[in-house]
Design a protein around this ligand. Structure first.
Ligand SMILES: [Zn+2]
Length: 490
């Protein structure tokens, strides 16, 4: 496979010396701002299902919520946004804006919850497949609000303690429908709860994997979906500000589907699909498990003496093999984002190609690669590794994270080597995966399970869903190998 690496814009930061820096203990700060689009000012195309789903109102606000952390010599800001995806181009703009005011920031991460009930920020769900659903004015506002919120979080840094928790309750797997073999899920729930020296909660970060699409495709009211109720539950029961970061949701792990049922305690019946009640029960259920995970009285949460944060970053180039993305990009579906690269340089070349699947002659972007990024973060204390975060620029199939890649008859590359398992390189009890972090490249699929041509996997009569929303079969290798290299300290 072809994988080219270059020196990142920021150097790879290995801060082994941080633990020796005196009196710079853990500090935490949090801020939140609404990013709800004004559905009365302009047409808001909703993301995640079919084209031309126009928002008719707002059920609950969308948010950017930023957690700033400082330890040793480093400052990390992690922002979660209630969006379908947020491209690397915008992340770089936000970083530049924050760095201009706060040059002391080591790293800023923006991760999308992958909300299917919010505005189209990727361009794929406009009036028709080749007409963008992105509102550029909204995107500018978004970049500003994320940057401002990150700075506010940094301004509110204060001495803090952190309790780490996790839960592997069987219910968590039952809340994830997996619609494609191999049926590997990622049920693990991780929680970081930060408290001030007076004991008041500053923030609670919840990391779990599931598509926020409980309201399904017919809903036209803007909502954050289940993360809205999850955060409300956590704030009501634990105080402070709650943040949600989605995990490994490819494959695809969904809140919709046969395997997902929740009993409504008010009616004694299973909550109906695509109802507000189901989304509420969903958020409450995960919220309850999150609070249990950091309940020190119950013996679950562990206090972590964090005294340094190690941040490693790698900019990577992954070959693109999706003609829809190439044509869409050339037609302006991404509104100038997602430009292609060749040999480590921007490559804006577009040529006319006859493509019957797009109705004849269309512009086609010919560049070789997409540029994106992976990060690996360690929380350390007293020289020990306490917790980790790996950021993934898309929807990664859980078998790439937890193991279980499988060869099937019908695959396009049946002999492709297995990619390295991401979590096999993580050595703490809290190996968190932040999906859709700093980018959204769509599905990240093991190459030997790639299937864009008949015969189909397991000799099924019709194609499996996945490849149409993936940049290509080489992305998984580029992402997993780069993450494992960062974990090894390379
Ligand atoms: Zn998705």
């Amino acid at each position: 496979m072809r994988l080219s690496l270059r020196t990142p814009a920021f150097p790879i930061l290995v801060l082994a010396a941080a633990a020796r820096v005196a009196a710079a203990g853990l500090e935490a700060g949090v801020a939140k701002t609404t990013i709800t689009p004004d559905v009365t000012a302009a047409k808001v195309y909703m993301a995640g299902f079919g084209n031309n789903r126009v928002a008719s109102g707002v059920h609950d606000d969308l948010w950017v919520r930023c957690l700033a952390l400082s330890a040793g010599t480093d400052k990390l800001v992690m922002c979660g946004v209630d969006l379908i995806g947020f491209f690397y181009d915008d992340v770089l703009k936000v970083r530049a804006q924050v760095k201009a005011q706060r040059p002391d920031v080591t790293q800023l991460i923006v991760a999308s919850a992958h909300d299917h009930e919010g505005p189209d920020t990727m361009g794929l769900w406009g009036p028709s497949p080749l007409q963008s659903g992105i509102d550029p004015a909204y995107m500018d506002t978004l970049d500003d609000r994320i940057a401002t919120t990150a700075i506010q979080a940094l301004q509110s840094l204060k001495p803090a303690r952190v309790v780490l928790g996790r839960d592997d309750h069987p219910l968590l797997a039952l809340l994830q429908d997996d619609s494609r073999p191999p049926y590997v899920k990622d049920p693990h729930l991780f929680v970081m709860q930060f408290t001030a020296t007076d004991g008041a909660t500053i923030a609670t970060l919840v990391n779990w994997s599931d598509h926020p699409e409980t309201l399904d495709s017919k809903n036209t009211l803007i909502t954050a979906d289940y993360p809205h109720w999850l955060r409300e539950y956590v704030e009501q029961h634990g105080g402070g500000t709650a943040l949600f970061f989605n995990g490994s949701i490819g494959g695809l792990l969904s809140t919709l589907g046969d395997q997902v049922s929740l009993l409504d305690p008010d009616t004694g019946e299973v909550a109906r699909d695509a109802t507000w009640r189901k989304a509420e029960l969903f958020g409450d259920t995960v919220g309850e498990l999150a609070m249990r995970a950091v309940d020190r009285k119950g013996g679950a949460g562990v206090e972590a003496p964090v005294d340094s944060i190690v941040i490693r970053q790698k900019v990577i180039f992954a070959p693109i093999e999706n003609d829809g993305f190439r044509v869409g990009g050339a037609l302006g579906v991404f509104r100038g984002r997602k430009g292609l690269w060749t040999n480590g340089k921007p490559d804006p070349t577009v040529e006319q190609r006859d493509m019957p699947q797009f109705g004849g002659k269309v512009p086609y972007a010919t560049g070789h690669d997409l540029q994106t990024e992976v990060d690996y973060i360690q929380f350390r204390g007293g020289g020990k590794l306490l917790a980790e975060i790996a950021t993934v620029p898309g929807e990664i199939y859980p078998e790439l994270v937890n193991g279980g890649i499988t060869r099937y008859p019908g695959a396009d590359y049946p002999d492709a080597p297995f990619e390295p398992t991401v979590r096999a390189g993580m050595r703490s009890p809290f190996p968190m995966i932040f999906g859709l972090a700093n980018d959204e490249l769509g599905y990240i699929i093991p190459k030997c399970e790639w299937d864009s041509k008949p015969p189909w996997l397991q000799n099924r009569k019709s194609h499996w869903y996945g490849e149409v929303n993936s940049a290509g079969p080489e992305v998984a290798g580029a992402v997993t190998q780069s993450l494992r290299a960062l974990m090894e300290g390379e």
